[in-house]
Design a binder for this molecule. Sequence first.
Ligand code: HEM
Ligand SMILES: *[C@@H]1O[C@H](CO)[C@@H](O)[C@H](O)[C@H]1NC(C)=O
Ligand SMILES: *[C@@H]1O[C@H](CO)[C@@H](O)[C@H](O)[C@H]1NC(C)=O
Ligand SMILES: *[C@@H]1O[C@H](CO)[C@@H](O)[C@H](O)[C@H]1NC(C)=O
Length: 380
Amino acid sequence: MISRPFVLLTTLLFLLSNSLAFPNYADVLKRQEVEEAGSRTGRPFRPVDPPSPPRPPRFTGAKLVHDRAHPWKPLRDGDVRGPCPGMNTLASHGYISRDGVASPSEMVTAVQEGFNMENKFAIFVTYLNHLMNGNLVTDLLSIGGKTSKTGPDPPAPAHAGGLSVHGTFEGDAGMTRGDAFFGDNHSFNQTLFDKFVDFSNRFGDGFYNLTVAGELRFQRLQDSIATNPEFSFRNVRYFTAYGESVFLINFFVDGRKTDKKLDMDSARSFFKDMKFPPNFFRSPMPMSTEGLDDIFLMHPFLPGGNVDGKVNNFVVDPASATFETDCVLYEDILNTVKGLYPNPTGVLKRNLIKNLRFFYDGFSAAVSNECAEQFPYGQQ
Ligand code: HEM
Ligand SMILES: *[C@@H]1O[C@H](CO)[C@@H](O)[C@H](O)[C@H]1NC(C)=O
Ligand SMILES: *[C@@H]1O[C@H](CO)[C@@H](O)[C@H](O)[C@H]1NC(C)=O
Ligand SMILES: *[C@@H]1O[C@H](CO)[C@@H](O)[C@H](O)[C@H]1NC(C)=O
């Protein structure tokens, strides 16, 4: 489906790119369908000056997003997918590049457009992932495992490993993905999905609603405590696990419905096939973690993990952030970033400063405005 004039245009651009400054090249690309950026083989990786995060879209109502401009396509050799059914689906419909590698600003645009994720919340989640798992020089992030498509590695210990890296954002007790301890932290797991369906039958009459979300979230924690000697559930993971449990209701339910419950065919479509259900409409309003408090309060649970390498040995971690201590979360995130980038210089340093700024903008609006902004690498 790649049009011939575009192929010619990209070829021309690749030829010219030695003399073009990379930001110009990126601008041109942005005006084209992102998906048609096509193969990155041969892409000259130049340092990118990251643009400011996208603003909210003008229209924020329900609309058909499984449309003719965004057909689902099967994976091609080399396409990357990972632990997030949301990003996987957006890639398979071309809302971000189908190869599964994109810039954070492309990702924010895509989650807004395809799922109506609220602007500041999308910025918070995306830049958090980018700071930990992205390539801050090329401004590219993989939605799955590590790939050369994000460009040459930044100096270790930074790794640009993508969303699948365990212990940054990806973590234990996911709904349809196994714990990293068992070997595969990112693929769809049919056994776990069967459990998801079973819980939806038992607590939701065949649908996933907030009651199911609260029960399944708690059960997955019990599973990990009982089977994973390295089970860890603190800070970023503590927040995201509860958030993801309500994403299904906030983003995967067709925007024309008002009953806030997800049917199993649609769930399978997103989780397994990475595909919007037929004629899918996105949410009728911008959403983030609505419902999180409800499911948390069904089975309040403090952050912690199994200790001494033993199962059934869960100990609460008083140093971890909780829903009442957002600034501890901000602190923890900054510490992770500082650990990854002890001594940045040049473009890397400039981009770190910028990305931290973008991240704080999202964090302070979407999570808490009470944590003073920190500047571990100075200000520009
Ligand atoms: C804004 C950018 C986003 C990023 C960077 C992102 C990243 C991730 C990552 C790294 C995980 C793995 C966490 C784990 O270990 O379970 C994850 C899980 C998940 N994400 Fe996303 N996500 C984003 C947006 C979305 C959106 C818009 C949706 C829904 C439309 C979504 C739905 C989910 C769900 C349901 C899970 C849990 C999967 C499971 O437990 O089986 N995410 N996401
Ligand atoms: C998680 O998945 C990624 C991508 O396949 C892999 O590189 C990594 O080793 C896994 N992490 C763990 C701890 O299993
Ligand atoms: C899926 O998860 C189950 C339950 O945790 C586990 O026993 C099984 O080995 C996993 N399957 C694959 C293919 O990883
Ligand atoms: C979820 O569905 C079940 C079964 O219909 C129902 O009893 C329960 O009240 C629903 N939960 C919510 C929050 O609507």
